[in-house]
Design a binder for this molecule. Structure first.
Ligand SMILES: Cc1ncc(COP(=O)(O)O)c(C=O)c1O
Length: 427
């Protein structure tokens, strides 16, 4: 039979070929006219818990760092490059003259952007001969991504999962266990800091700060074990820049130029990933708004102080200059578990302090309503974290005329359905 070409319905879904997966991570620090302030205290901990390659990237001011071919291949096999998609039905529902695009990090194998850094970190850890990795997870997305990556490189993974997520998201545990990871709810009885936290805050729902403290304690005590963090630090944002580099190419293909870039912010990695590659354009005079969106319940940029603070509740990490609500802050058990962190990435904090990044905050109720509108119009159930970016994109589309708005859909919510059931009263 003669092969016929069907009608192309793809103009609103902008794809890249596998060979267009970025070849380098982009380091925004090389382009900034100002510098990050050095961390303070506990600096001796860093080489005890991180592999050398990761520490090198954490301190690096090289503009481009090559992505190892094995990592690029894993990206290719697990969803990269991800599509950039136009949200025409959402635009129509709002009645806006703006164009709204979203970057589909939900299409990655484990359902979020977190695997971009997980594959890179697991690669460097395995290359340096370590066998065991320990981490924390808030919503379970980071734990799932690192479990996938560690399994690929033959590494054993232990995850301390924030207690309220452990209870709210049982299926996330199954994902991590499928890939062979071991999980404990945090605070646990397994670490000194976990036992202390339980004494200090009886019946606590846990926090990322506590779970990080437990993981770091374990990594500090064991020679053969390293720690891996899924957000906040420079090297994590660096790895996530594959997102924004792809978006740039995709906008070019579509003949578009972004006026507004939006991402939700927990520790700042998915927002950094999409926004940092646009910072140099902004510094060169292009008018572009970069908006990080946080929960009203955890307002680290909008309400926090800009000062040196610990990354964990156990105060074992160096103090980083960042926007913080205080290392002892225990957030409400909101359903966007990945946004319940007391601090903000030093790079995002610095950019916010210099007015290059704006911050907005919305309540869980407003964001869940936006998530439902997105599901009804664009068919995708977003992660509760990503619903913050959707809410902000809707507000921008109402505020402006004829602008091009791009937001990062950092993950899907198909394992967060009980959160929507409760949060939206869908019973
Ligand atoms: C889907 C999703 N989006 C966003 C976040 C927030 O983290 P970050 O600010 O590092 O992107 C998380 C964290 O777990 C997440 O799972």
């Amino acid at each position: 039979m003669k092969e016929e070409k069907g009608k192309d319905y793809g103009k609103d879904v902008i794809m890249l070929s596998k060979s267009e997966i970025p070849t380098h991570f982009y380091n925004v620090l090389a382009d900034l006219p100002f510098q990050l302030e050095a961390p303070q205290e506990n600096l001796e901990v860093l080489p005890q818990i991180f592999p050398k390659a990761i520490l090198g990237q954490e301190m690096s001011t090289e503009k481009y760092i090559p992505i190892p071919e094995e990592v690029r291949e894993l990206y290719a096999l697990n969803g990269r490059p991800t599509p950039l998609q136009r949200a025409r039905k959402l635009e129509k529902a709002i009645g806006t003259s703006c164009k709204i695009y979203f970057k589909r990090e939900d299409t990655n194998t484990v359902g979020s952007h977190k695997q971009n850094t997980a594959f890179a970190q697991a690669y460097y850890i395995a290359k340096e001969g370590y066998k065991n990795v320990v981490t924390e997870t808030g919503a379970g997305q980071w734990g799932s991504a690192l479990a996938l990556a560690c399994n690929h490189f033959g590494l054993n993974l232990k995850v301390y999962m924030v207690k309220c997520s452990y209870e709210q998201k049982p299926l996330r545990k199954v994902v991590m266990k499928m890939y062979g990871a071991k999980i404990s709810p945090s605070p646990s009885n397994e670490t000194k800091i976990g036992r202390e936290m339980q004494k200090k805050f009886p019946n606590t729902s846990g926090s990322l700060g506590m779970a990080i403290a437990e993981a770091i304690e374990v990594a500090k005590e064991r020679e053969d074990t390293v720690y891996s963090l899924g957000s906040v630090l420079n090297h994590v944002l660096l790895h996530q820049t594959v997102i924004g580099q792809e978006v740039k190419k995709q906008l070019e293909k579509a003949g578009e130029s972004a006026d507004v870039i939006i991402g939700c912010v927990g520790g700042g990695s998915n927002f950094g990933g999409i926004a940092l590659p646009f910072v140099a354009d902004k510094l060169a005079g292009k008018e572009i708004e970069l908006i990080g969106v946080e929960p009203k319940e955890v307002p680290s940029i909008t309400k926090g102080e800009y000062r040196h603070d610990y990354g964990d509740t156990g105060k074992q990490t160096p103090k980083l200059k960042m926007h913080t609500l205080g290392a002892d802050f225990v957030p409400e058990p909101i359903y966007a578990g990945g946004l319940r962190y007391h601090g903000m990435a030093p790079i995002i904090s610095l950019l916010a302090n210099h007015g290059l990044v704006k911050a907005e905050s919305y309540s869980q109720a407003e964001c869940f309503e936006a998530a439902q509108l997105f599901a009804k119009t664009e068919s995708i159930i977003p992660a509760p974290e990503s619903s913050h970016a959707i809410k902000s994109a809707i507000e921008a589309a109402k505020r402006y005329k004829n602008k091009t708005i791009v937001f990062n859909l950092s993950g899907h919510g198909l394992l967060d359905l009980s959160s929507y059931e409760k949060g939206l009263g869908l019973v």
